[in-house]
Design a protein around this ligand. Sequence first.
Ligand SMILES: Cc1cc2nc3c(=O)[nH]c(=O)nc-3n(C[C@H](O)[C@H](O)[C@H](O)COP(=O)(O)OP(=O)(O)OC[C@H]3O[C@@H](n4cnc5c(N)ncnc54)[C@H](O)[C@@H]3O)c2cc1C
Length: 300
Amino acid sequence: MFRRPANIRSMAIDAMKPAPFRYHAPKTIEEAVAILAEVAPEDGRVLAGGQSLVPTMAFRLARPTHLVDINGVDDLKRMAVEGDQLCIGACVRHEAFHDAVVKGPLGTLLSTVVRHIAHYPIRTRGTFCGSIAHADPASEWCAVAAALDASMVARSVRGTRIIPAREFFAGMMTTALAEDELLVEVRLPLLPPETRFGFYEFSRRAGDFAIAMAVTLYRLDGDKITDPRIALGGAEPNARRMTAAEQALAGQSPTREIFAAAADAAATAADPMEDAITSADYRRDLVRTVTRRALERSVA
Ligand SMILES: Cc1cc2nc3c(=O)[nH]c(=O)nc-3n(C[C@H](O)[C@H](O)[C@H](O)COP(=O)(O)OP(=O)(O)OC[C@H]3O[C@@H](n4cnc5c(N)ncnc54)[C@H](O)[C@@H]3O)c2cc1C
């Protein structure tokens, strides 16, 4: 990772493995979005943890002409509970979630999921918001954000707007963020104490990107399921909730048969990606399996 010499806040870098770029080190959000407004039209990019951007620059698959390094912006390092939401700033790293960051099911869900993201050294640099902005289909945080209907707070020189998850994820590595917008914060709703959740993912080796994953949540009213949520990741171009599978759960008792019916509904509704080694049929089958196993893990 490139480290800037002390006291240098903007410099040209041209004797390195990546294509030449100009480096900017803003200290405030206002400064960051002002620089972005200027450089985004020339493929200027935000540099957060660098765990996705820097490898693609090293291969020269990405050739940003400017990098706006937000790691020196203290206001982006905050994580706080405000009202009924957990607010996660743009510089909060994956590692922060190893221990529960809030009491109750949300903290446990996040600390369960984080262990599936890459390997520990990557988790010490990569950021929660960077994953959301990058929107890799196999990002665990994107699946969590979709399941919880997270709110993404985007800031530019034009002002601030809040984008709900269902509008934010718009395809493979594609989001509703404009090129000059900084994702300053993601807000997750706190979960009622009785919420049950499950997470299951399949990847070929530990630490690899998942081929399919499911995040499931529900509560019980008596023995009937209420507010069911099932989000898929890894299988389709972007994370999303599977409403047909959720409907199979609503109002039912949490039995193995009902979980299997919801998993079938998720597999039927999924539109899986294909690649050189993974067929759509194989991924569809995995969707069924990860959904059922996530639901089975949700039984307290
Ligand atoms: C070997 C390896 C394995 C990995 N495995 C996984 C895995 O299993 N699961 C997983 O989810 N991830 C995985 N990752 C990716 C990792 O989680 C990254 O940390 C994450 O995808 C991006 O976060 P970052 O902070 O590193 O972003 P960066 O690499 O700095 O940026 C990524 C992109 O998002 C943009 N961006 C970043 N932050 C913002 C922001 N606040 N506002 C606007 N745009 C922004 C950047 O401009 C860039 O285009 C892996 C990475 C590696 C190298």
